[in-house]
Design a protein around this ligand. Structure first.
Ligand code: ADP
Length: 220
């Protein structure tokens, strides 16, 4: 993992240094400076996202999360995240719908947030023009489940297990465009494990993806 991390950190840093060096040496037409600055800005943002994801994963790895568990409504959280993702959804004219009841789980807010956010963000990122994202929260006597489904590009059957591995991306070149770190789904997997929740996936290439996380219900 450390070797992978170093490699993943080195890539954006190398281009940042490259652009900065060319500018430093005065080799850039002043008109092109904003473009180069923009690339440095984007790559730095990518680096920050990567570091945040790595920190989140190492917190989960160490397992000594001293944050208190609290009562959380997945439905409220999904509504909040849908609002945050609205601008990027709009770019592709993607519609969001969030359904469900107010069932609550007991969890560490920050981790649960990462789980829901990563799933919903992926449902937008890997969606198509005019696509749909549906989030459903359902419960029975013992469990509360969160399902995020999209009408996006789907994941090939033979890679459906692999996408939960660290840094695994189906389409590496495309993933760079979408700004992915390849860590989102491993945070989902480990965050779910921490909360004794189960993750399952159904996906069909060219049709869409549905990921469900089943949590134990909060004890009353
Ligand atoms: P990334 O930061 O690249 O999005 P993730 O760990 O969240 O990393 O996902 C790993 C890979 O799984 C993605 O690069 C993408 O290829 C694929 N993937 C994840 N979610 C979806 C989805 N909803 N639809 C299609 N492909 C997906």
């Amino acid at each position: 993992f450390s070797a992978n991390v170093s490699h993943e950190l080195k890539t954006p840093l190398t281009s940042i240094v490259g652009y900065a060096e060319i500018m430093k040496n005065g080799m850039v037409d002043p008109k092109t400076v904003p473009e180069f600055a923009g690339r440095i800005y984007d790559e730095s943002g990518r680096l920050i996202k990567l570091i945040e994801d790595i920190i989140n994963l190492s917190i989960l790895d160490e397992g000594d999360i001293n944050a208190q568990k609290e009562s959380i409504s997945l439905h409220e959280m999904a509504e909040e995240i849908a609002e945050q993702l609205e601008p990027s959804a709009k770019e592709k004219n993607i519609s969001f719908s969030v359904y469900g009841d107010g069932s609550r789980i007991s969890g560490v807010r920050r981790i649960i947030y990462e789980i829901v956010y990563n799933l919903m963000e992926n449902a937008v990122k890997y969606n198509v023009e005019n696509g749909k994202v549906k989030v459903t929260v359902e419960s029975d006597d013992e469990t509360v489940s969160l399902t995020v489904s999209d009408t996006g590009i789907g994941i090939p059957a033979e890679q459906q297990d692999k996408v939960f591995e660290r840094f695994y991306r189906v389409d590496k070149s495309h993933s760079k465009e979408t700004g992915g770190t390849g860590l989102g789904l491993s945070i989902v997997k480990h965050g779910a494990l921490f909360h004794h929740a189960k993750v399952s996936m159904k996906s069909k290439l060219g049709e869409g993806t549905e990921i469900t996380v089943v949590f134990p219900k909060e004890e009353e």
